[in-house]
Design a protein around this ligand. Structure first.
Ligand code: PEP
Ligand code: MN
Length: 381
C-alpha cells in the first residue's frame, strides 16, 4: 500500500490551487441544492457536497431527505459541471450512490469508527473507480483511520483520500472537534501520496474560526478543503452555525496563502540556516537539562526510599504544576502546552522511581518515550 500513488485522481483535476469541496451540510430541497450549486460555480469550487443521509448525534434532528435527493445532485452535475459528493454509511447507500453516479463518495466520522460498517461499505464498493474519501474517526485513533483506508484499498479501490474533521472531546475547547494536527500529519507520514483534505466546518463548529483553520491546513500542505456552504446559513436545517455563504467562501479562498514547498531566496536560506542552528543548540540544552533534572529526581527518590516515604506526594506535585504554569504564563507559553510537557516529565520520573524498575539506568538522553511528546508539544505551539 505504501508504494501506491493515491494522488492520481487529484493530479488529473489539474487544479492551480488546492481542491475546494463546498456545499450545504444537508440537501434540503431541490431548489436549495441548485441555487447553492449555481452560486458555487462562480467560485474556486470543483466539487459540490451535500448530505443525503445525515448521521445525527441525537434523534429528532433533520436526518436527511434520503434517496429522493440523489437526482438533485445529478441535476447539479448537468447544469453546473461541478463534480458531486455525498456521505454514505452502509451498503445500500453505496449501491444508490453508484447508481446515481455520484463522483466522490465519503465515509463519515461516525462510520469510520466501526470496522463492521466500513467493511460492509468496502465490499459494496469493491473495485470501483469512484473516488472514496475517508473522514477521520470521531475519536483520536490513527489506527482506526488507517484501518478504514486499508479496508477500501483491499477492496480494490485506488482513488482514495482522507478528510480531517477533528476529534470529539469532552473538554471545553474553542473547537467543536479538536484538530489535533499531529494525527493527520502522522497519516501523511504513513501514506505520503494520499491526498488529505481539511474540513474546517466540523472542526470549528462556528463560522468565525474557519479562515484560520483553512490557513493552518494549507501551511501543513493539505491538498484541499471541504467547507459547508449555504445561501442562508442561519436558517440551514443542520449545522447552521458553521455554514458560510458562497460569497464568504470566495473571500476566504482569495485570502488564503498557499506556501511554497521550500525557501528559494539566498537571503532567506541563510537566515533559516542560522535559526535552525539556534534551535538545534537549544534542543541540546533542553536534553541536557532534562537529564540533570532526572538525576536530581533520582536523588529525591533515594532519600524517600531511605526514609520509607511514598514516591508521590500529591500536594507537592500540585505545587510544582502551579509554579511551572505561572512561569510559563510569564514566558508567553500556554497552560495546556506546559501541562502536557510537565505531565510527561512527571510520568517519566515516576517510572524511574517505582521499585520494580528501580535504578535500571534508563537515561533521558536517548529515551524516545519522554522526548517525543516534548518535541511534539513544542512543535505544536
Ligand atoms: C458532514 O460532513 O456533514 C458530517 C456529518 O460530517 P462528520 O462525519 O465529519 O461529522
Ligand atoms: Mn455538517
Amino acid at each position: 500500500m505504501e508504494k501506491t500513488d493515491f494522488s492520481t485522481w487529484l493530479k488529473k483535476m489539474n487544479l492551480s490551487h488546492p481542491l475546494v469541496i463546498a456545499g450545504p451540510c444537508s440537501a434540503e430541497t431541490e431548489e436549495q441544492v441548485l441555487t447553492i450549486a449555481h452560486q458555487l460555480k462562480e467560485t474556486d469550487t470543483t466539487v459540490f457536497r451535500a448530505g443525503i443521509w445525515k448521521p445525527r448525534t441525537r434523534p429528532g434532528n433533520f436526518e436527511g431527505n434520503g434517496a429522493v435527493a440523489l437526482p438533485w445532485l445529478t441535476r447539479v452535475k448537468q447544469e453546473t459541471g461541478l463534480l458531486t459528493t455525498a456521505e454514505i454509511a452502509n451498503a445500500q447507500h453505496a449501491k444508490l450512490a453508484m447508481e446515481f453516479d455520484i463522483d466522490i463518495i465519503w465515509i463519515g466520522a461516525r462510520t469510520t469508527v466501526n470496522p463492521f460498517a466500513v467493511q460492509e461499505i468496502a465490499d459494496a464498493l469493491q473495485g470501483t473507480d469512484k473516488i472514496v474519501l475517508i473522514k477521520n474517526p470521531v475519536n483520536p485513533d490513527l489506527s482506526l483511520w488507517m484501518g478504514a483506508i486499508e479496508r477500501m484499498f483491499k477492496s480494490g479501490i485506488k482513488n482514495l483520500g482522507a478528510i480531517h474533521r477533528g476529534f470529539s472531546t469532552f473538554k471545553n475547547s474553542k473547537y467543536r472537534n479538536n484538530p489535533q494536527w499531529q494525527i493527520p500529519i502522522d497519516l501523511q507520514q504513513k501514506y505520503p501520496t494520499l491526498p488529505i483534505i481539511c474540513d474546517p466546518s466540523h472542526i470549528c463548529g462556528e463560522r468565525e474560526g474557519i479562515f484560520d483553520v483553512c490557513q493552518t491546513a494549507l501551511d501543513l500542505k493539505f491538498d484541499g478543503l471541504m467547507i459547508e456552504t449555504h445561501y442562508d446559513p442561519d436558517n440551514a436545517w443542520s449545522d447552521a452555525r458553521q455554514q458560510i455563504t458562497p460569497q464568504r467562501l470566495a473571500e476566504i479562498t482569495k485570502a488564503l496563502r498557499v506556501r511554497k514547498d521550500r525557501v528559494e531566496e539566498a537571503d532567506s536560506l541563510r537566515k533559516l540556516k542560522t535559526l535552525r542552528k539556534e534551535v538545534n543548540q537549544l534542543d541540546k540544552q533542553l536534553i541536557e537539562i532534562l537529564g540533570q533534572r532526572m538525576e536530581v529526581v533520582e536523588g529525591i527518590g533515594r532519600v524517600k526510599r531511605e526514609g520509607n516515604v511514598a514516591i508521590l506526594q500529591r500536594t507537592q506535585w500540585g505545587k510544582v504544576m502551579q509554579r511551572v504554569v505561572d512561569q510559563a504564563n510569564a514566558h508567553g507559553l500556554s497552560e495546556e502546552f506546559i501541562e502536557k510537557v510537565f505531565k510527561s516529565i512527571h510520568q517519566e520520573s515516576i517510572d524511574h522511581l517505582t521499585p520494580f524498575r528501580g535504578t535500571c539506568g534508563i537515561t533521558i538522553k536517548n529515551n524516545p518515550v519522554i522526548l517525543f511528546p516534548i518535541f511534539v508539544a513544542i512543535w505544536q505551539i
